[in-house]
Design a protein around this ligand. Structure first.
Ligand code: SF4
Ligand code: FES
Length: 251
């Protein structure tokens, strides 16, 4: 198939950006979207031009590196699918496609379609861990976990930190990401000692990093390639509200 691409080009965070138009031809419907961009980049390199910069690593939908907005939709038109797993059979010959980076002030553009998502790392550093004594590994079943809790924790742990939820949200909120991390640990016995402090610290860092507040639009859940539910945000809010009461009770 032959396509017209309008791709966002930007040299850096403070440089002005604009769309650049390219034609790609003879693209197989079996190619992934990233393979289609590889073909475009090979052509640009042959012409001595600067290739389009985009993030990727596993290309299997598991690492969270890839991601940009395609025709206004983070990760493109297919639900529960990362852009590396999106295939060109979802498009038709002659289509015009607009490609741009995640738009959020907390995600400054590094170059073209690559944004700096280290703000998400800093939210995890604030509380997305458990403190345990070091030493030999305990037996696997020494702390029993109810099946329901294990399943809900595992569902939340599916978050790959791609940032599509932020790009989809009209408030550029990272609440779905933060809630997934809080929920993942909050359902496990090992996550209980720091549960409320964790919610407080991660939400505080979320706000400091410049992400917006959740106003229940639900666009994050619709864009999430890992189907993280906004139920996790309700759970985060409950943990967050309990934190001050626990601190007061301790005084
Ligand atoms: S919640 Fe979903 S959209 Fe947001 S970072 Fe995690 S996997 Fe990506
Ligand atoms: S490249 Fe790893 S999830 Fe897309």
């Amino acid at each position: 198939m032959n396509l017209t691409l309008h791709v966002w080009r930007q040299a850096g965070a403070t440089a002005p950006g604009s769309f650049e138009t390219h034609r790609v031809e003879d693209i197989s419907e079996h190619s992934s979207f990233l393979e289609m961009l590889d073909v475009l980049n090979e052509g640009l390199l042959r012409e001595g031009k600067e290739p389009i910069t985009f993030d990727h690593d596993c290309r299997e939908g598991i690492c969270g590196m890839c991601g940009f907005v395609i025709n206004g939709e983070p990760h493109g038109p297919k639900s529960k699918t990362t852009v590396c797993q999106l295939h060109m059979r979802n498009y038709k010959d002659g289509d015009e496609i607009w490609i741009e980076p995640w738009r959020a002030s907390a995600f400054p553009v590094v170059r073209d379609l690559v944004v700096d998502r280290s703000a998400l790392d800093r939210i995890i550093q604030a509380g997305g861990f458990i403190s345990v004594r070091t030493g030999s590994a305990p037996d696997a079943h020494v702390v029993p976990v109810p099946k329901r809790d294990a399943d809900l924790s595992m569902d939340a742990a599916a978050c790959i930190g791609c940032g599509a939820c932020v790009a989809a949200c009209p408030n550029a909120s990272a609440m779905l990401f933060t809630a997934a991390k809080v929920t993942h640990l909050g359902y496990l016995p090992q996550g209980q000692p720091e549960r409320y402090a964790r919610a407080n610290a991660m939400v505080a860092t979320h706000d400091e990093e410049g992400f917006g507040h959740c106003t229940n639009h639900g666009a994050c859940q619709a864009a999430c390639p890992k189907d993280i539910s906004i139920d996790t945000i309700a759970r985060l809010n409950r943990d967050f509200l309990k934190a001050p009461r626990k601190a007061l009770a301790a005084k």
